[in-house]
Design a binder for this molecule. Structure first.
Ligand SMILES: [Zn+2]
Ligand SMILES: [Zn+2]
Length: 253
């Protein structure tokens, strides 16, 4: 399994793309697709047309926006491609409301329908999805009131990866991350400037410690994080390996 961070920031971070993560197992798929992550995807060696499964943690714009140019390109490219090499379909997964929101996008943007390849949209609860030899499990996360949010746990070849999406501390998040090789957590804020609806560096350390995570990756930074030692703050709580995410960081899990 390989993880490539396409975005380690938030909507308006001046130096980081917003949320997006590329996972390569026996399939290639994305977890979230926020603004500016498509540009980072283009800088990888991965063929964007090989991506057939998109998983969204929730519907805030900093996790969704680059789906629109990605999908437009997929449609245009498929229409120009020879019939002998059709693009594989695209399946979109996410929490309650995913069918409504992406169905609306597909109906509204010019040229998005009819699509020249199959498109599926699936609302997920707490469940597991198997794609080839990869299993993706979901748990509900606590983020903002009234918004359904999912955390994802990916298992392949005996290796495990967890992604919180946007989340506050919760027992569900600890369970999602239980004994994972690598976990990416929402570290929006430093301890000195905590914000609502997200974790700070201390919270992330607490989750990783309680879950027995091997390697913790701090990500989803608001600009204020750049002024503080979030890794040092986290290390006061969590004794395992800590990585501060950066765009296009790629590692084998
Ligand atoms: Zn959010
Ligand atoms: Zn976010």
């Amino acid at each position: 399994m390989r993880l490539t961070i396409l975005g380690s920031g938030t909507n308006l971070h001046p130096a980081r793309a917003a949320a997006g993560y590329l996972i390569e197992t026996d399939h290639t798929f994305l977890l979230d697709f926020g603004p500016r992550t498509l540009m980072n995807l283009l800088k990888t060696s991965v063929d964007r047309h090989s991506i057939g499964h998109l998983f969204f943690s929730h519907h805030h714009a900093d996790h969704v926006a680059d789906f629109i140019p990605f999908f437009f390109d997929a449609v245009i490219t498929a229409k120009m491609s020879p019939m002998s090499s059709p693009r594989q379909g695209i399946t979109i997964f996410g929490p309650t409301g995913t069918r409504r929101m992406f169905g609306s996008i597909l109906r509204t943007f010019p040229a998005f329908t009819p699509t020249p390849f199959p498109v599926g949209i699936r609302n997920l609860g707490e469940t597991s999805v198997t794609i080839g030899k990869t299993t993706i499990m979901t748990k509900y996360m606590t983020h903002t009131p009234k918004l359904r949010c999912l955390g994802y746990r990916v298992e392949h070849g005996g290796r495990t990866f967890a992604y919180s999406g946007d989340a506050q501390y919760s027992s569900n998040l600890v369970e999602l991350c239980r004994n994972t090789n690598v976990a990416v957590l929402d570290c929006s804020f430093p301890v000195q400037k905590p914000g609502t609806n997200h974790m700070n560096a201390h919270d992330c350390g607490r989750v990783a410690k309680e879950a027995g995570v091997k390697t913790l990756i701090l990500s989803h930074f608001y600009p204020v994080c750049e002024e503080y030692d979030v890794k040092g703050q986290c290390a006061k709580v969590f004794g395992g390996k800590i990585i501060v995410a950066r765009d296009r960081l790629s590692l084998r899990i």
